[in-house]
Ligand binder design. Sequence first.
Ligand code: HEM
Ligand code: NAG
Ligand code: NAG
Length: 284
Amino acid sequence: MAFIVALLLLFFSAFSQGNALSLNYYTKTCPDVEHVIAQVVREETSKDKTVPAALLRMHFHDCFIRGCDVQRKQLKLSAPGIVSCADILALAARDAVVLTGGPTWDVPKGRKDGRISKASETVQLPSPTFNISQLQQSFSQRGLSMEDLVALSGGHTLGFSHCSSFQNRIHNFNSTHDTDPTLHPSFAASLRSICPVKHKAKNAGTTMDPSSTTFDNTYYKLILQKKSLFSSDQALLTIQKTKDLVSKYASSRKAFNTAFVNSMIKMSSITGGQEVRKDCRVVN
Ligand code: HEM
Ligand SMILES: *[C@@H]1O[C@H](CO)[C@@H](O)[C@H](O)[C@H]1NC(C)=O
Ligand SMILES: *[C@@H]1O[C@H](CO)[C@@H](O)[C@H](O)[C@H]1NC(C)=O
């Protein structure tokens, strides 16, 4: 029902154009857009607790790959020609954070959806095996700092990871260690039992943290306990600057929330699109 309402509201609103992002971009053309999206995200989440994590990750990927553009067939909201898919996803990601107990913020709007081209697909996402210098390079290429890297990695307070994403740490780590020695031994043992070399279930994996449907600062506490999942998480301890930030956010949820909001606004303002897509489908 809400889905239909969302569709109609967005479809019949007037069209508007502009270049800079702004907080009141849809005030005249689609004044209800934020309420409608929040409502849909709430309803989808009440049916499926994995929705917020998926939305947050999707927004990150789109920003990194094409400048906050959205691929078709990903979202279950539709806004032909009025509200860009990129704006819908930026708003839905914010709502996902709020719904799971995180901070709220005003989302600047007015993104254009980019054309999907194979060429732009060559822009790589950071890999979970990245070390600190590779992470720094990946973020700085998008105008993001080491502060942004540490704060945004806190998105890993939500969601689930498949074995393949941390496989490198628990089997054949290097020629002298089968397991990454920076992993807590009992944690490493539990990951190995979930993800054995052979006979592992197709969708095997584990939650990002024990409170994986709550947006909190547990992620940073786990890094300090050597219980983070990815090499890229653990890498935040390898230089003093990022290590200090991890400690700061581990000891203050408030400091983390403030930093996360600032960096999300920065990340979600990486633009690169040229058009408002005619047809986009959101979330399942
Ligand atoms: C710093 C570089 C990053 C790397 C290397 C990275 C890597 C990954 C990997 C490998 C997964 C697990 C995928 C799987 O096995 O299914 C994952 C999940 C996730 N990531 Fe990241 N990520 C990074 C940054 C971010 C950022 C900036 C955000 C958002 C602010 C984010 C949000 C998430 C969320 C919410 C999930 C869980 C998804 C779900 O449960 O559906 N990540 N990430
Ligand atoms: C990170 O990895 C790259 C590529 O493997 C390597 O050249 C670089 O020396 C590494 N940096 C650190 C700080 O380990
Ligand atoms: C394997 O990794 C450990 C921990 O990072 C390191 O101390 C050791 O030198 C590595 N061994 C080789 C052969 O690279």
